[in-house]
Write a protein that binds this ligand. Structure first.
Ligand code: MF3
Ligand code: CO
Length: 290
């Protein structure tokens, strides 16, 4: 852990507390810190006005996710969940961020990732059956601002391996959120997640990351869920997702012919949970809870 008296990460040779330390003090105003983060890292520290709008988008995202999770049962198809979310989103005057996103354009409103699928699973016409685990990933644009959250649903009784990845992914997310506050280094998030997952005998996917969010769907910084060297200090007004993907076996993935869907190389189970988090002056606020 870097302390205030260590050399600044920017290479100035000055102490961190005299240089880029992300706190307001007599000589560093909030707006100056925002300029530094923008210039050095392309990170947008949000203003109180932007935070209000993003909070609303995130609340809607959480509300739709909760309804989608309640709708997800044995016999339901993931395409039916997609259609249900499309309607809820439209009725709320919002837009589903995934639809037409990226290259090739993502063709659905949500991602539904089953069993060995790590992320970006396409909804289809296969009914869910007992023993499946499925991640439902919801991303909304409300009045131009973004929210992003996902959760797992276990259908009926599931294997011990599946139960384990579902729980380890959830607990690793909550552990990572709990350390968020200004001054904590970004790479501590990956440290917390990977050390816990490894202790539980699971691996952490390193080919997909969380992300800054709010004014766009995917902003800087990338949030790595595994151990890494990105020692940017968290600062008040940062908004980003944490969305660890935890595998029962090897961490490596392969991509389906559709160009999007990532699955485990060994066919073992994978699970993911996601929240959008705001860094506050004293800690964090989970924006995607009701
Ligand atoms: N939470 C996922 C992400 O941030 C949502 C993916 S939607 C997709 O990547 F359109 F990119 F697939
Ligand atoms: Co995301």
């Amino acid at each position: 852990m870097t302390t205030r008296n260590d050399p600044c990460w920017c290479g100035s040779g000055k102490k961190w507390k005299k240089c880029h330390y992300p706190q307001t003090s007599e000589n560093t105003k909030v707006t100056d810190i925002a300029k530094i983060y923008r210039k050095e890292h392309d990170i947008i520290l949000k203003t109180p006005q932007q935070i209000e709008k993003i909070r609303a988008a995130c609340k809607l995202t959480a509300d739709i996710l909760q309804k989608a999770v309640a709708f997800t049962k044995e016999g339901v198809t993931t395409k039916q969940i997609d259609a249900y979310v499309a309607k809820l989103t439209k009725d709320a005057g919002a837009i589903a961020a995934p639809l037409n996103y990226g290259e090739p354009p993502y063709p659905f409103h949500i991602c539904t990732s089953l069993n060995d699928v790590i992320c970006h699973g396409f909804p289809d016409d296969v009914p869910l059956k007992a023993g499946d685990i499925v991640n439902i990933d919801i991303s909304c644009i409300l009045h131009g601002y973004y929210g992003d959250a996902s959760a797992m649903v276990a259908i009926g009784d599931v294997s011990e391996e599946k139960r384990k990845v579902v729980d380890v992914a959830h607990i690793s997310l909550l552990k990572a959120i709990s350390i968020v506050k200004p001054g904590v280094l970004l790479n501590q998030i990956g440290e917390v997640i990977e050390s816990y997952a490894n202790k539980m005998g699971c691996s952490v996917v390193d080919e997909f990351v969380g992300h800054g969010i709010g004014l766009k769907f995917h902003e800087a910084p990338a949030i790595h869920h595994n151990r890494n060297d990105y020692t940017i200090p968290l600062a008040e007004g940062m908004i980003f997702t944490i969305e660890p993907m935890i595998n029962a076996g090897a961490r490596k993935s392969k991509i389906d012919a559709n160009g999007w869907t990532a699955r485990t190389i060994d066919g073992k189970a994978s699970a993911q949970w996601e929240h959008t988090i705001l860094v506050t002056s004293t800690g964090y606020e989970i924006l995607t809870i009701l």
